[in-house]
Design a protein around this ligand. Structure first.
Ligand code: SF4
Length: 239
């Protein structure tokens, strides 16, 4: 439960404008019970750079679903070495995964939206919830133009989906171009799948490159046309 009221959060949002100001407020008030959830996409490596420049001991965690791309493991190691930082890795519960694949198969996500959400639940959402249960606040690399859902997200919010803890979205108002300008200007390691047409990177079997002009998240669960392209990690509490 957040120690800040909704009114205080509105005031804080009005006070801090830059991503670094938002992160510094989080570190001053919540560290070490504050951590960045990183999947090592372009936005996340930007926030990692900002965060570790403010405090080299700031915490970063990542959900290893067991189905990630080799390029994602590569950038994790590059980040770890460049910043001399630990990355806290979570894994899904082995019993849950075994039961799921024995009943539904290894590639169940292609069979139906329900099966895809089951897999995301077991491999991503449950480990995330377990980690968040140990924290008072978390940080994301969300940007508002990634999906319709994220358009209502603000920089500092009370996360009603997760026990009303604090959620910081420091680059929520950044563009894709700003993100890449920062990566280049600061020489930050990034996931090489971005050079192969992957703007949004998730698990290997569920992500493909996008064609010029396609939506940035069109490559996620590309076989699903109608379902909401979110995995349950970031739900819009206003909907
Ligand atoms: S993105 Fe695909 S493989 Fe990864 S957890 Fe979700 S359904 Fe499973």
């Amino acid at each position: 439960m957040s120690k800040f009221t909704a009114e205080e959060i509105v005031d804080i949002n009005n006070k801090f404008k830059t991503p670094e100001e938002v992160l510094k407020w989080g570190l001053d008030n919540l560290h070490p019970k504050l951590a960045l959830a990183s999947s090592f996409g372009a936005e996340d490596v930007v926030v990692i750079d900002m965060l570790l420049k403010l405090n080299p001991k700031a915490r970063i965690f990542s959900l290893d679903t067991g189905r990630l791309n080799q390029e994602t493991y590569d950038v994790m190691d590059e980040i770890r070495k460049k910043y001399n930082t630990d990355i806290e890795i979570t894994f899904p519960d082995a019993h849950e995964v075994i039961e799921m694949v024995q009943v539904n198969g290894m590639n169940l996500f292609y069979d139906s939206p329900e099966n895809r959400k089951l897999c995301c639940g077991i491999r991503k959402v449950h480990p995330l919830n377990k980690m968040l249960g140990t924290l008072d606040g978390w940080i994301t690399g969300l940007r508002s133009d990634q999906t319709q859902n994220r358009g209502n997200t603000i920089k500092i919010e009370i996360d009603e989906q997760h026990n009303s803890m604090i959620k910081l979205n420091p680059i929520i108002d950044w563009t894709w171009e700003q993100t890449w300008d920062y990566i280049k200007a600061n020489n930050i390691p990034y996931n090489k799948l971005h050079d192969k047409g992957f703007p949004s990177i998730g698990c290997e079997p569920c992500t493909r490159a996008v064609k010029p002009g396609e939506d940035l998240r069109a490559g996620r669960w590309w076989w699903e046309n109608d379902s909401e392209k979110e995995c349950g990690l970031h739900m819009d509490h206003k909907k």
